[in-house]
Every structure is written in structure tokens, then in C-alpha cells.
Ligand binder design. Structure first.
Ligand code: DX5
Ligand code: ZN
Length: 233
């Protein structure tokens, strides 16, 4: 199963609610929310209040990508705001194992389909934990937490901005990670983020990724539905 996660970093913030509505109707699976602190990455974006606003505007899974230093201090805030998934950067955590356990110990309100008519109800579930790696960080940084995380986020650009060029070496990295996940009997799925579009999605899917973040490739097009459909192909 492939998961398409539009990154709101490229959305029109003068009408965020409408944008969320539009990608939900267009068939998106998760909403990817990029949190930047101006220290870990050279850009500042938004924090828990935007996650809270997204929670009100969509019933889709909220996938919060923390590009921040000292994430432990803020993780409970993001859980309270409605994050369903939280990923932290291995480079930003001195005690990565502890941080992952912290994420998984927290609960979030989540919408679940209760019948075939797409009727939904709110249920409490544990937050799922992800670990992200910058392009230059080796896979060995996460080897010993592979059985603790729900997903691994391979950055295919240097984090901080939307609309950057895909870094080709990410493909080999995803292949090597797929192998490592199998060898270790981990259930983690692979998410890829940065420069994903029609040109690159097929290659990263063949390499083993199943969750695809796309910012500009979706929000900078006119027809979200057609774009998401084409990305899935
Ligand atoms: C980059 C962010 C990405 C970004 C992707 O730091 O983590 O999620 O929004 O944007 P595109 O898809 O335009 O490369
Ligand atoms: Zn991201």
C-alpha cells in the first residue's frame, strides 16, 4: 500500500482549511506537517497551534515531522495538539531510544472509519514514532532502534525548505534500509521526503519506500486529485 502525504509547507496559508479539505477530497492519506525551529534547520515554520488547526480541519492522519533541537521538550505539546505520528531527527537526539519511547507513550485522538459508509468516530490511540535521517547521516545511526520505530523517514533533500532537488544517493540508501529492516525483522515502513514528484516517486517506491511526502509536487499544481492519482501510479 502506498501512502501519499502532502506537505503543507507548500500550501497556501491564507486558506489552509480549504487546502486541507481539497487534498483530503483528492485522496491524500496523511497530512505532513514540517516543524522547523531555526536552529536544527535554517528556517522557521510553525508549531503546535497549526497542528491543532489542522486537526479541526481534517480527519486525515497528522504526520508531524520535527526538525527541531531538543524535541523531548515539545513532543507532549504536539501530542496534545493532535499529532498522530511524530518523527524526530536522529541527529537532534542524544538519547534517541528514550525519545522514541516518549512518543509511543503518548496518546492522540484519531478518527477511525466505523463502517463502509465512511462514517468516522474519534478514538484514542498511541502515537506512532518515526526517526528521520538527513542525507549525510549513515543508516547505522538507527540500526539499534529499528525494532522500536513505526517508520523511518529518509530525507532526500537537506531539510529546511520545500521545492529542492532530489538527491540521487537516497535511492541506494532506501535499498540498503529495506534490506536492514528485513534482516532485523522490523515492522518499520520507509517514508521518503524531499523532491518527490512524477520523476522520482517510481524509483523510491522500487527501492522500498511506501510513504511519500510531496509538497510542491502537489500544492503547486492546479488539480490535486489528478496529481495524487498520477503519483500513485
Ligand atoms: C523539507 C521538508 C519537506 C518539504 C518537501 O525540509 O521536510 O517535507 O515540505 O517539499 P518538496 O516536496 O517540495 O521537496
Ligand atoms: Zn518533512
Amino acid at each position: 500500500m502506498s501512502i501519499i502525504a502532502p506537505s503543507i509547507l507548500s500550501a497556501d496559508f491564507t486558506k489552509l482549511g480549504q487546502e486541507l479539505n481539497d487534498v483530503e477530497k483528492a485522496g491524500a492519506d496523511w497530512i505532513h506537517i514540517d516543524v522547523m525551529d531555526g536552529h536544527f534547520v535554517p528556517n522557521i515554520s510553525y508549531g503546535p497551534i497549526i497542528v491543532e488547526a489542522c486537526k479541526k480541519a481534517t480527519s486525515l492522519t497528522l504526520d508531524v515531522h520535527l526538525m527541531i533541537e531538543k524535541p523531548d521538550l515539545m513532543i507532549p505539546e504536539f501530542a496534545n495538539a493532535g499529532a498522530d505520528l511524530i518523527s524526530v531527527h536522529a541527529e537532534a537526539c542524544s538519547h534517541l531510544h528514550r525519545t522514541i519511547q516518549l512518543i509511543k507513550s503518548l496518546e492522540s485522538l484519531r478518527y477511525k472509519n466505523i463502517n463502509d459508509n465512511e462514517e468516522k468516530k474519534q478514538v484514542k490511540t498511541n502515537i506512532k514514532a518515526g526517526v528521520a535521517l538527513n542525507p549525510a547521516t549513515p543508516l547505522s545511526a538507527i540500526e539499534w532502534v529499528l525494532n522500536d520505530v513505526d517508520f523511518v523517514l529518509i530525507m532526500s533533500v537537506n531539510p529546511g525548505f520545500g521545492g529542492q532537488k532530489f538527491i540521487d544517493s537516497s535511492i541506494e540508501k532506501i535499498k540498503a534500509l529495506s534490506k536492514m529492516i528485513k534482516e532485523r525483522n522490523s515492522k518499520a515502513i520507509i517514508q521518503v521526503d524531499g523532491g518527490i514528484g512524477f520523476e522520482t516517486i517510481g524509483k523510491v517506491a522500487d527501492a522500498g519506500a511506501t510513504s511519500f511526502v510531496a509538497g510542491s509536487a502537489i500544492f503547486k499544481t492546479a488539480d490535486y486529485k489528478e496529481t495524487i492519482m498520477r503519483l500513485r501510479e
